[in-house]
Design a protein around this ligand. Sequence first.
Ligand SMILES: [Zn+2]
Length: 267
Amino acid sequence: MAIITETQLRAMLSKGVPNPFPLTEGDLMTPAAKDFLKDRNIHIEPVAADPPGLNISGKPDFGRNTERGIPVGVSNRHVHLSIDHVAALFGKDYNLTPMRYLSQPGQFACKETVTIKGPRGSIEQVRILGPARGFSQVEVSLTDGFRLGVQPPVRLSGKVQGTPGIHLTGPQGSLELDEGLIAARNHVHMSPEDAERFRVKHEDTLILRSTTVRPIIFQDVVVRVHERYALDFHLDTDEANAGAIKTGDLFEVIGRNHVFYNDRLGR
Ligand SMILES: [Zn+2]
């Protein structure tokens, strides 16, 4: 809780006092501060308190509980395949073999891998993620793009229109994808309950700060809300390595929709 005084408001005059003035739920204002605003025809607008994840001290203190933090899942390069492409690479009626289930319900890493090949080079043993999808998609890092000799655009999963193609080789055949190579845009999966807790909706963005030895802030992380999603911040190996981040690390929510929470007066 903060108490807003006339002195604080007066100090804001040079920069401009916002109108309406946001008064965070739970904060108080002195009578002199109220008069100060009234004299200037500035209305007071009550706003909701910051959702969990806000850290006033600047030091993360959420420990291992996810009440205030969001756990991270680092995605290595991988391939999603359509049913037709599973057949083309592994043989007719082939069923992918789940090896390890992922944080999102129903998603699994498969025993099977493929080789991906671009104009400059190839990468072997690229993991397939199941189940089979409506269309194939290959997710690599920007570093992988240099190795392959093709520049993957940064896109959300599923947004493959106009993206470069790539060559795939499996044990029973190979094929050329016309499109589908992307560097996945980082995103947070969450349930509607989590969305309510963090006060965001589908396609909002969060500002997330890592709490590693090499702290890093991701400013524009897209929120994906679905009732089957588990709370998880997905980024790729380039992003993780840049910040010494590994799967299971916790990120702190420090803002949303391009605004830092602690920009507010008294915070
Ligand atoms: Zn994801």
